[in-house]
Design a protein around this ligand. Structure first.
Ligand code: KG4
Ligand code: ZN
Length: 356
């Protein structure tokens, strides 16, 4: 199969991003350009992403970001094989901006359009960077999700476990907010945890030892709130609390990943790879703990570099490469989706057609 060159757009949250990727499955692919404009400064005063501000910022920035991505890749629209964009899940105003722009570019350049599921893009990034083969076990840890899935191919995902309350990135962000740290919270908590004592506070490890591979983070959040609001909590305790929180999260992740490896191994004895994806996979302490946990079960952990774990458009362009090679292009009527689970229905592309 010949290599495809795809322009990808990502606008589902607070990053306006465009990238050009060239490659063929199973990867690795070549990232010809990867432009990410973070809106963090616009949202920081509110302690979280404000959907209306995000949508407007995407409108203002996207055209120039696309121009830069094409220029840095040294190509024009006519050199592309397809244009891909995140069609969900995410903040609907932002998704509409990227989706509409991608459709317009595809139409103007007479190129196929590919609607990409944002979670699918995170999931496939390890193939862009590492050439991982199917099937693999996926731990998807982001601002909106915490899931364990068996990935059979670029569009077939089986859910093994999910959070019954908060997403893991949300737990990091809420913890940071309670502790008066900046937004987004994950990197701030990680930084502080480096110089703290993880044994100082005895925090709960929700779901550890339970049947199945589900997660829960709300009990941890409540325990943390009680500590922070107690009269004797001081700023000088913050590093110990951040370290204790991160250590509780790591213990929970390791236990749930161990349970999922056992479930996965029963159904896919040929698979020995754990892929970790999503913004929280940028966390160094989580990365190294999970690499060791996977190795303990004879699995190899594959984690994209931190800059490709958090939201970016190279992952969307790569998902476009994979779907394009399967001939799974989308019609221009494809609608934006605030919710779009990976499991159940096939993710990405809606129409079977011949590959370009
Ligand atoms: O994948 P992502 O960029 O956006 C979503 O699709 O949600 O993930 C963003 C989440 C945020 O909750 C952020 O706090 C978290 O990833 N995050 C981290 C780290 N870097 C980003 N969490 C823990 N440690 C980090 N270093
Ligand atoms: Zn994401």
């Amino acid at each position: 199969m010949r290599a495809l060159t795809v322009l990808g757009l990502e606008t589902s949250c607070d990053e306006t991003a465009a990238a050009v990727v060239r490659g063929r499955a199973p990867g690795p692919g070549a990232i010809l350009s990867n432009v990410v404009l973070s809106q963090i400064d616009a949202h920081a005063p509110y302690g979280g992403v404000v959907p209306e501000i995000a949508a407007r910022a995407h409108v203002e920035a996207l055209d120039e970001i696309v121009e830069r991505a094409l220029a840095e890749a040294g190509i024009g629209l006519s050199d592309l094989d397809a244009v891909a964009a995140t069609a969900g899940p995410g903040l609907i105003g932002g998704v509409m901006v990227g989706l509409t722009t991608a459709k317009a570019l595809a139409l103007a350049a007479a190129k196929p359009f590919i609607a990409v599921n944002h979670l699918q893009a995170h999931a496939l990034t390890a193939r862009l960077t590492g050439g991982v083969e199917f099937p693999f076990l996926l731990l998807l840890i982001s601002g909106g999700h915490c899931q364990l899935l068996a990935v059979e191919d670029a569009g077939r995902f089986h859910l093994l476990g999910t959070t019954i309350d908060d997403a893991i990135g949300e737990a990091f962000d809420k913890t940071a907010k309670m502790m008066g740290l900046g937004y987004p919270g994950g990197p701030e908590v990680e930084k502080l945890a480096r110089c703290g004592n993880p044994g100082r506070y005895a925090l709960p490890r929700p779901m550890v030892g339970r049947r199945g591979a589900d997660f829960s983070f709300s009990g941890l959040k409540t325990a943390l709130r009680q500590i922070v609001s107690a009269g004797d909590y001081r700023d000088s305790d913050a590093a110990d609390l951040a370290a204790s929180f991160q250590s509780a999260v790591i213990d929970t992740l390791c236990d749930r990943v161990g349970a999922a490896i056992r479930m996965f191994a029963d159904d896919y004895p040929e698979g020995h790879t754990l892929v970790i994806a999503g913004g929280v996979a940028a966390n160094e302490a989580i990365r190294s703990a999970l690499v060791a946990r996977a190795a303990g079960s004879g699995f190899q952990a594959k984690i994209p570099p931190p800059g490709l774990c958090t939201d970016n458009a190279a992952m969307v362009a790569w998902a476009g490469v994979e779907l394009g090679q399967l001939g799974r292009f989308s019609g221009l009527g494809e609608s934006p989706k605030a919710r779009w689970p990976l499991h159940g229905a096939n993710a990405g592309g809606s129409r079977k057609a011949s590959a370009p």
